[in-house]
Structures are given as structure tokens and as C-alpha cells.
Design a protein around this ligand. Sequence first.
Ligand code: NAP
Ligand code: GLV
Length: 318
Amino acid sequence: MVSAFEAAPLVLLFASPDDDPISWRAALQRRIPDLEVRIFPEIGDPAAIEAALVWLPPPGLLASLPNLRAIFSLGAGVDRLLEDPTLPADVPLCRMVDPSLTASMAEFVLLHVLRYHRDLDVYEQQQRRAEWRLVLPRPASATVVGVMGLGELGIASARLLLRHGFTVRGWSRTPKAVEGVASFAGEAELDAFLAEVGVLVCLLPLTPVTRGILNAALFARLARGARLVNLARGAHLVERDLLEALDSGHLAHATLDVFTREPLPSDHPFWRHPRITVTPHAAAYSLPESGAEIVAENIRRLRAGAPLLHRVDRRRGY
Ligand code: NAP
Ligand code: GLV
């Protein structure tokens, strides 16, 4: 016999300022036809909502849902959710792990590494001076790329870089075995990881341990002329330290996709710095058709009382 609880359609709240709710609702309902999807701010009776699919929800929103049983993040990073002191402590929190998100991140990493490898940042500066000067191309293997964070996104990016012939090393909390990628782990191996890195790519989660990790002391451990690509979170970077490292010439260039304040304020020095490329948190997003697959699977699991996929370890912060 089916209990009344099992027979009742689950109600999911969707709240995101950056994602298309209509496409997500359609993609979810194609997989779970009886799923009711409410789109913030039209939440109806809060007591009916059992699951929430969110990106940057207003602080306090999730705490206002008394029967919430699961929180699904539309983002891979959950730092902003964990910063909300009202986030219900006993409700499972799951992050986004999705092939379309991963593929778009790996593509973005490759794009910027190729740009640096082929010296486009140098040519852009030469163009401003109408200066015609060739930098002789080097083989991809001569460029050492260091990927900080060898998780879902870091490993996929490292593998794509390897396929293009780059020399790739990765740094994580615990050692990893990824064929072709030199693995370094923990603070004890950070120096060895950074030595020889020409392009440093940050794909770490933002946690109390990793906040401010891209700072003057770390830059000083990189070889002169290294380039930085931060695609993780703005608060990984100590902004003043980056400006000093660029102005002294120790770092040659930086590409920043994420910022402590987003949108980046129009008077921020990064916008006009000749050796910084700014993108508007554009590195990677989930396509609804792909991301809905994982959310639907977790909704089925929630209904069946089965363990949820990609649960965040709240103590670790990712
Ligand atoms: P993930 O699978 O959880 O991987 C995180 C990696 O970071 C793991 O390898 C982990 O090591 C490592 N790590 C964590 N704390 C560390 C520490 N203290 N020292 C050294 N390594 C540490 O995360 P993901 O899915 O790859 O996502 C990474 C981040 O990318 C997200 O948190 C988000 O901030 C960012 N992101 C940005 C965009 C964008 O559009 N710009 C899009 C998506 C995601 P262990 O495996 O050993 O624990
Ligand atoms: C985007 O920044 C994400 O965490 O998915």
C-alpha cells in the first residue's frame, strides 16, 4: 500500500537571480511529472515546501520553510549558503556536480591557459603601443600549469589541459592519482607545487582555510612572470597583494572571474588595470537539461529515503 506521504507530490522551491526558472522547471518536470515547482518569490504556503533548489537565495529564506528536507545548490560552491547564519543546521545540503558545469569550466580554463601560453596578454599590451614584436612560440609542454583544487572541476580541467600537451600539476588537501598530473597535497607540499608553475589556476572551494590563500606570500613562491587565473571565489584573493605583485612585475598578468563584491563595482581598479582581465562570474554554469538530471535523482532519493548524492560536509565547508 502507498502511504499518503509517498503519494503526495513533492513541492520544490526554485530561487535564483541568475538561472532561468522556466527552463529548470520544465527540465525537472520532464523527469518527475508530478513534481510541483514554485518559483521564488511566489512560494505559496511555506509549510508545503520540502526541497529547495537555490543559488544566492535571500538570507533567511530557507529558514522560513518549516518542513524543508533537502537543500540543493545550483552551484558547485556552497560558501554563500554556509555564510547564512539562519541556514537550517539539520537539513542536508547537496552541491551541484554536473557534466555541463564541469565541461564549461574545463573549457574556460583551457581558453585562458592557451591565451597565456600563446602570449596574447603580451600582444594586447603591444597593440596599445602599436608595437610589432614576435614572441617565439614554445611547445605546450613548456608551460607548467598548476591547478589548485583537484576536485570535480580541477580534475576535468587538468585532463583537458593534458590533452593539449601542457605540463600539469595539481594541489589538493589529500593526494590524488590522476594519470599524467603530478599530485601535491597539503601545506607541506605547497612550495614544491608552486615552484616552476607558469600559469596558476585556482579552483578551490572557499572555506575558512582557503580564504585569502592567493596572497603576497604565495605569489612570492611563484617564479617571476607567472600568470594567475582565479575562477573559484573572490575571497580567495587578497586584492591589494595582487595589485602589488602585478605592479612590481613579479606576476605578469591575472584573469579574474570572481570577486569579493559581485557585480564588481564600476570604480574598482581591476576594471581598468592593463594587466588584469575581468569576466563577470562567467566561467561555468549548468545547463538545465543536464543539471536537472542530478537534481531529479536526488529528489527520487529524498522520496525513497535513500542517501543523497554530493552532500556537503558542513564542517569542512565543501
Ligand atoms: P570539489 O569537487 O569539492 O573539489 C575541491 C578541491 O579542493 C578538492 O580537491 C579538495 O581537496 C581541494 N581543497 C579543499 N580545501 C583545500 C585545502 N585547504 N587545501 C588544499 N586543497 C583543498 O569542488 P569543485 O566542484 O571542483 O568546485 C570548486 C570550486 O569552483 C567551487 O567551490 C566554486 O567556488 C568554484 N566554481 C566557480 C565557478 C565559476 O563560474 N567561476 C563555477 C563553479 C564552481 P580534497 O579532495 O583532498 O578534499
Ligand atoms: C559557481 O560559481 C558555482 O559555484 O557553481
